[in-house]
Ligand binder design. Structure first.
Ligand code: F0G
Length: 455
């Protein structure tokens, strides 16, 4: 195990440095809580020599295309294929990879009709190896945990981070410790962490309480923290945007819409967009917008009530448990990329989320509730005139439909809002419900069901 020194993660490579997002302090090492030694704010990874050493944009694009023909592990990864814009490895074998990334870009013809935006697409990050976008960041951060010599990695999670971390730790021969809020994450995600061998603690608190505890833990025990406070995570998650732009043949869409929870993903996508522009890979920035659940709307309130200057935390409550977060760690980074790209920030209700999720499901794609806030948010942004019908829009679907089967079953059975204040609004969702039908095992009964459905 590495020593408990302040430089314990200890990755020292000429290619990148850590920079504090508040005071700009630069350093070659980061402390175990990934906070600035001078002012305590978050760190980001920066590449001071990029401008001199980076090949020109056309060469980079050609290299990334060429690597698609290769069978080597790092080239088969949709993250490490873009390694020129990631912290450098000494050799390719160091990467812990499950062939993450390489996720499809789908057209959404039915949702396009519903929203009145014909150029509507979904980037489905739920088709990653463990079923969420977290894998793109985890392959990089877990790799650097192992390079730094750690035996234990740990995270606080609403479920997806823990599933992903446990998988990559297992692949990389490390142990993992998971802190999740008791009773507030889906069984599906919890079961992944168990199967991948994590030590899983269900704490009697919420996600924010778990994260607070983890931040203290990493200063006391030799564990490497893999939350998105860890800037290596965001470097990996940047590749979502690189891959997306490649899929658009480097012609940027007008809008990218992403769910907001702890705000790591929006920060990562925004960082990628700004870096791509600076490197000449794209000539114009898409607007990056963040959508939150109304019951977990810390960023919405931070922007509206405090002009993005200080965080307004909220007690979080939503059935979209992945984004049940009231004190988002990366709020400053998110405010920065929203401002830099000219994006919007909106909130949507529980009923709007449920409806949007069913509409995405009806496209034959499906996603988990937190991902569906993107479509619900798009409807609002169109109504406000922020998104114009002739513009192109990409929704980032962050998690797989199978991540939260209870939600889907409750929705189709009509139980999702039972006993809540949304019970009445819920009747509007009836046409989208497809509850299972229990029948006698006879031909007549099944034909009857077919005829009923046809009516
Ligand atoms: N969508 C899904 C499916 C998520 O799991 C998360 C976050 C988000 C969106 C929000 O992304 O936090 O980067 O703004 N899940 C974390 C977890 C917090 O622990 O799995 P964010």
């Amino acid at each position: 195990m590495p020593p408990l020194s302040s430089s314990a993660p200890g990755v020292r490579q000429a290619a990148f440095r850590f920079r504090c997002i508040a005071c700009g302090d630069l350093s070659d090492t980061a402390s175990q809580n990934f906070r600035c030694a001078q002012c305590g704010d978050l760190l980001e990874i920066t590449y001071p020599h990029w401008k001199e050493t980076q090949p020109e944009a056309q060469k980079l694009k050609a290299t990334w295309r060429q690597r698609r023909l290769s069978q080597s592990g790092v080239d088969l990864s949709g993250v490490w294929r873009f390694r020129d814009l990631l912290p450098a490895l000494q050799n390719d074998d160091q990467a812990i990879t499950l062939r993450e990334g390489n996720t499809p870009l789908y057209e959404l013809p039915q949702c396009a009709r519903i929203t009145g935006v014909p150029g509507l697409f979904a980037k489905h990050q739920g088709l990653n190896p463990t079923g969420s976008f977290k894998d793109a960041g985890m392959t990089v951060a877990a790799t650097f945990a192992r390079i730094a010599g750690f035996r234990w990695v740990a995270c606080a999670s609403t479920g997806n981070t823990s599933a992903s971390m446990a998988a990559y730790a297992a692949r990389g021969g490390m142990r993992s410790l998971v802190l999740v809020p008791d009773g507030k994450i889906s069984w599906s995600k919890l079961s992944q962490a168990l199967d991948y061998g994590a030590v899983t603690c269900q704490l009697r608190t919420d996600f924010d309480g778990c994260l607070r505890l983890l931040q203290e833990l990493v200063l006391r025990a030799p564990v490497y923290q893999l939350n998105s406070i860890n800037p290596f995570r965001l470097e990996g998650q940047k590749t979502l945007a690189l891959e997306l732009l490649e899929q658009f043949d480097w012609q940027p869409p007008d809008h990218i819409i992403v769910p907001g929870g702890n705000l790591g993903n929006s920060s990562a996508i925004g960082k990628a967009l700004l870096e791509m522009r600076d490197l000449g890979l794209i000539s114009r920035l898409p607007k990056l917008s963040v959508i939150q659940a109304e019951g977990a709307n810390a960023l919405v309130r931070t922007l509206r009530e405090a002009g993005g200057k200080r965080l307004i935390s909220v007690p979080a409550e939503t059935r979209a448990t992945a984004i049940r977060i009231g004190n988002p760690a990366s709020w400053k980074k998110a405010v920065h990329v929203l401002e830099a790209t000219g994006g919007a920030c909106e909130q949507v209700t529980e009923v709007e989320i449920a409806q949007a999720k069913a509409e995405i499901g009806a496209e034959g794609i499906g996603c988990e509730p937190a991902s569906a806030v993107t479509l619900a948010g798009l409807k609002k942004l169109v109504k406000q005139g922020f998104v114009k019908p002739e513009e192109s829009v990409v929704l980032v679907l962050t998690g797989n439909l199978l991540k939260d089967p209870d939600y889907t079953m409750d929705f189709h059975r009509g139980d999702l809002f039972k006993g809540t204040s949304d019970e009445r609004a819920d009747t509007a969702l009836k046409p989208l419900r497809r509850p299972p039908i229990v029948l006698d095992a006879t031909l007549d009964a099944v034909i009857g069901a077919l005829e009923q459905a046809e009516r």
